[in-house]
Design a protein around this ligand. Structure first.
Ligand code: ADP
Ligand code: MG
Length: 242
């Protein structure tokens, strides 16, 4: 069974249907990149996965949890999913280490020492162990985003969702964040990534999905997608961004 499965999912905000009849699944260990114009429903689709948005119809099953079900254990669902946003969303009044240690101690029940060890291991992994005791405002954007990734990983999630994680960064900081994501992808993490970074998609995506106006119009391997997209709107979109 797929770790994420949308079956005929639709989602409306009032009269406006933002997701239309979405059939989409992700296998464990798969890296899926979602692209598409602004307003096409990419963020909404991601937010449905960890129930930040509810769905209007259809079925959505994530890690065996029927997300749309009233009785779904959404707290459990969310502990299994790491979410990295465009705006890093770190707690400004906490140090880097405190940001990373908070949820593992509170939610996973780790001791302070265990959480500290995990935190330092993750800061090594994202390449900024020397920043542990600084406050977010004293870090660059690229460093803050790497902290946000480390914080998400500290919960040992099964799935990582990324919503345009490099869009708010100065160009010279994009690569340091993408390298961390490439490392994660190669390590076998299940990832769904909304991004305009086509180099990243080519390097690590197992599958690229193109959305427009609330629908998935095309999906395939990066090779297929970039060399020979069948959908006319996908072609036009690629012409504009490549
Ligand atoms: P994308 O991430 O592809 O840019 P979004 O999922 O953010 O697209 O938004 C898709 C559409 O849904 C947009 O037209 C947006 O204005 C609309 N939308 C998103 N969130 C809400 C909301 N909370 N209420 C009403 N409309 C929304
Ligand atoms: Mg968006």
């Amino acid at each position: 069974m797929s770790i994420i499965e949308f079956r005929n999912v639709s989602k409306s905000f009032g009269d406006f249907e933002v997701l239309k009849d979405i059939d989409f699944s992700v296998e464990e260990g798969e890296v899926v990149v979602i692209i598409g114009p602004s307003g096409s429903g990419k963020s909404t689709l991601l937010r449905c996965i960890n129930a930040l948005e509810d769905i209007s119809s259809g079925e959505l099953v994530v890690d065996g949890i029927r997300v749309h079900d009233e009785k779904a254990d959404l707290n459990r669902l969310r502990t299994e999913i790491g979410f990295v946003f465009q705006q890093f969303n770190l707690y400004p009044h906490m140090t880097v280490a405190q940001n990373i240690m908070l949820a593992p101690m509170k939610v996973r029940g780790l001791s302070r020492k265990e959480a500290e060890e995990r935190c330092m291991r993750l800061l090594e992994r994202v390449g900024i162990p020397e920043q542990a005791n600084k406050y977010p405002e004293n870090l660059s954007g690229g460093q803050q985003q790497r902290v946000a990734i480390a914080r998400a990983l500290a919960m040992e999630p099964k799935i990582m969702l990324f919503d345009e994680p490099t869009s708010a960064l100065d160009p010279e900081m994009i690569n340091e964040v993408l390298e961390v994501m490439v490392d994660l992808a190669r390590g076998g993490m299940t990832m769904v990534v909304v991004t305009h970074e086509m180099g990243f998609a080519r390097r690590v995506a197992d599958r690229v999905v193109f959305m427009d106006e609330g629908r998935i119009l095309e999906e395939g391997t990066p090779e297929h997608f970039f060399e020979n997209p069948e959908n006319e709107r996908a072609r036009r979109f690629l012409d504009r961004i490549l």
